[in-house]
Design a binder for this molecule. Structure first.
Ligand code: NDP
Length: 461
């Protein structure tokens, strides 16, 4: 009896694996050299085995074949003049990945490492992240290989204007609504919004999110990704009967996500002992002085190494990867992709880490994720943990449509509700598909179902 019960299951699993391998091979062939994109698709596909076994309709309808191909990829020249009069040329991108459940939504990244693979991995994951928020937004992502570091304000403005001169042809409040990401904060959004408005000859407030408060930005958007990540961690700990209060945090990066994750964690009683930038990390066993970090990073755009000038008892190490050697309860990687290697993951586990919650997009390598999962560490993927940013962006769109602005408390309350729902949705999906407490599988399945079902409903096939 036992044998006959298990046989069909084995057969189904083989079929599913063969199907996933076939689709993945097409991804490899069609997108040569796009390693980050391959990594994101491979990780996602692994989670889908249980759902495809149970609901082969997704295979029959060719949903995966469609999901891995962006609806549209736009690549463009961005010429701009620097302060010395020299003409520079960068490459801009917008990948409009999937609009099944709403207009494309996702940030713009300005960083020298931006290329098509990076934008595609971000756009692919954004589709399922946006689905998880429960809000009607599709997925997209964009950016340019422009490095804002060391550029004057005027240079940044001219770059943003040139970037928007082309991007404007492809976006709109009901088409595609970009926001910020690495290297793109309120200042850059302001310059891009100004250019869009001049070109459109009208103020389409809802065309970008992350705007300044004076012209349609939402209170709480700046804080949303970091705060949201900590609200998610609160749920993870609650599940284990623990709290944030008195736990020790290590938070990488010192940009938008990192600063506001630290702020909320400290407010909830945590001790944050380390943060970093791309040059190195600081370790302050008395707890990070966040006011000082904000002064260094937000006000003066300086290096994190400046911290030890004001806190000589703290330590600065000129290697950002060393941050993972610091013992702590909770790790929030909030800097960039693949910042946690397999070795770093092993070290974190050996040091007794309890929770890994990804504030940055894909900060753990595939091998690092395996280390966390195999050691039964509470691990939550970016598409669930950092969804608070895009969720509040969507609330910004709602306020823009209504010509209203809500107070901070109202936005924050909705953010908390959304993050709690995402957490429970992940837990429920993981359990339903036989992987109790596996938030990676839970997030991928929950994000996938809504998009896949909508694609079938809309008959896009
Ligand atoms: P910012 O540009 O504001 O900050 C990025 C921070 O990470 C900077 O402190 C930067 O240091 C640091 N950093 C970059 N590379 C490394 C590295 N290799 N090691 C250590 N630190 C590094 O970006 P955000 O905070 O907006 O974004 C951070 C991550 O969060 C990204 O993965 C992004 O995609 C993701 N995210 C952001 C959202 C948002 O709302 N902003 C929403 C959802 C996800 P330096 O100053 O030296 O460059």
């Amino acid at each position: 009896m036992k044998l006959t019960k298990e046989q069909p299951k084995q057969k189904e699993t083989t079929v599913v694996h063969e199907y996933l391998d076939e689709v993945f091979n097409t991804v490899l062939q069609r997108n040569p050299g796009e390693e980050e994109f391959h990594q994101a698709v491979a990780s996602f596909f692994k989670s889908l085995v249980p759902i495809l076994e149970k609901h082969p309709i997704y295979m029959e309808k060719g949903i995966l074949e469609q999901l891995v191909e962006p609806e549209r990829v736009i690549s463009f020249r961005v010429p701009w003049v620097d302060d010395s009069g020299k003409i520079n040329v960068n490459r801009g991108f917008r990948v409009q990945f999937n609009s099944a459940i709403g207009p494309y939504k996702g940030g713009l990244r300005f960083h020298p490492t931006v290329n098509l693979s990076v934008v595609k991995f971000l756009g692919f994951n954004q589709v399922f992240k946006n689905s998880l928020t429960g809000l009607p937004i599709g997925g997209g992502k964009g950016g340019a290989d422009f490095d804002p570091k060391g550029k004057s304000d005027n240079e940044i403005m001219r770059f943003c204007q040139s970037f928007m001169t082309e991007l404007a042809k492809h976006i709109g409040p009901d088409i595609d609504i970009p926001a910020g990401d690495i290297g793109v904060g309120a200042k850059e959004i302001g310059y891009m919004f100004g250019q869009y408005k001049r070109m459109a000859g009208a103020s389409h407030t809802g065309v970008l999110t992350g705007k300044g408060i004076n012209y349609g930005g939402s209170l709480g958007r700046k804080e949303a990704t970091g705060y949201g990540a900590v609200y998610f961690v609160r749920e993870m700990l609650k599940h284990k009967g623990a709290t944030i209060n008195n736990s020790t945090f290590v938070v990488s990066g010192s940009g938008n996500v990192s600063i506001y994750a630290m702020e909320k964690a400290i407010e909830l009683g945590a001790k944050v002992v380390a943060c970093s930038d791309s040059n190195g990390y600081i370790y302050d066993e008395n707890g990070i002085d966040l006011y000082l970090v904000k002064q260094i990073k937000e006000v003066h755009s300086d290096r994190i190494s400046e911290y030890v000038k004001y806190h000589p008892e703290a330590k600065y190490v000129d290697d950002s990867t060393g941050i993972w050697s610091i013992p702590c309860d909770v790790v929030l990687p909030c800097a960039t992709q693949n910042e946690i290697s397999e070795e770093a993951a092993k070290q974190l586990v050996a040091n007794g880490v309890k929770v890994i919650a990804e504030g940055a997009n894909m900060p753990s390598t595939a091998e690092a994720v395996n280390v966390f999962v195999n050691n039964e560490i509470m691990y939550a993927p970016a598409k669930a943990v950092n969804a608070g940013g895009v969720a509040v962006s969507s609330l910004e769109m709602a306020q823009n449509s209504m010509r209203l602005s809500w107070n901070f408390g109202a936005v924050d309350e909705q953010l908390q509700e959304i993050m709690t729902k995402i957490y429970h949705n992940c837990v429920t999906s993981a359990k339903e598909y036989g992987h109790k407490d596996n938030l990676l599988i839970g997030a991928n399945i929950a994000g996938f179902i809504k998009v896949a079902d909508t694609m079938i409903e809309q008959g896009v096939i």
